[in-house]
Design a protein around this ligand. Structure first.
Ligand SMILES: [Zn+2]
Length: 211
């Protein structure tokens, strides 16, 4: 994790950032419960965060979305910048350079989180996911969401990420008699993303089960 970069992002958003536990935690006042006490702890290594006042918590990407008010696409890009170095260093083999990716989430994308997951109007998406054993936590970790309008209306959006970048997404309908079960964005390097050398087995297993 590029901790200084995260501190800059938080300070740019107006937060006063305090370091705790010898710098392994960053602490700010939680904007989600409008507290002035420094009770939102962010792990400087992983980006996992918890507010000890209101109980909100999550991973780095939804910190960027919920706390720093970034869009989904901005959050994806920033997460890659913040974690990219860490992930590269952990790789046992020399990684091949990541091919450029032009894929963006659709404008209408709604990320699955605790509020949207239980919100009215999304129960069909929820039911579809749960029927395949995908529960809220998993969906959040995967960065899943859904669309209610636009080209991908009434579809779950399942991102496919390799080498830290969004390569493509799968828009899987939850309407039973829809002709096109799966849509993908144009120019999305779908084949490479789906059968790529660096796709983790756990993602593949998850994927096969879902689609
Ligand atoms: Zn809070």
């Amino acid at each position: 994790m590029n901790t200084q970069h995260l501190i800059n992002i938080l300070e740019g958003k107006g937060f006063t950032v305090r370091e705790a536990e010898g710098g392994s935690e960053l602490v700010i006042a939680c904007p989600l419960c409008f507290s002035e006490k420094d009770k939102l702890y962010i792990n400087a290594g992983s980006g996992l965060w918890t507010c000890f006042l209101c109980g909100e918590k999550g991973h780095l990407r939804n910190l960027l979305i919920k706390v720093c008010e970034k869009t989904v696409n901005e959050a994806f890009e920033l997460e890659r910048e913040l974690l990219g170095g860490t992930r590269m260093r952990k790789r046992p083999l020399v990684p091949r350079p990541a091919p450029p990716s032009e894929v963006k989430f659709p404008e209408e994308f709604i990320p699955i989180d605790e509020s949207s997951f239980s919100a009215r109007g999304t129960s069909m998406a929820q039911e579809y996911c749960e029927s395949r054993g995908v529960f809220q936590d998993m969906a959040q970790v995967m960065g899943m969401g859904y669309c209610l309008t636009g080209l991908y209306a009434w579809r779950d959006i399942i991102p496919v990420v390799t080498q830290g970048a969004l390569r493509t997404f799968v828009a899987r309908t939850w309407i039973p008699d829809e002709q096109k079960k799966v849509l993908m964005p144009p120019g999305s390097q779908a084949e490479r993303a789906l059968f790529g050398y660096d796709k983790r087995a756990v993602e593949r297993a998850f994927w096969n089960e879902l689609i």
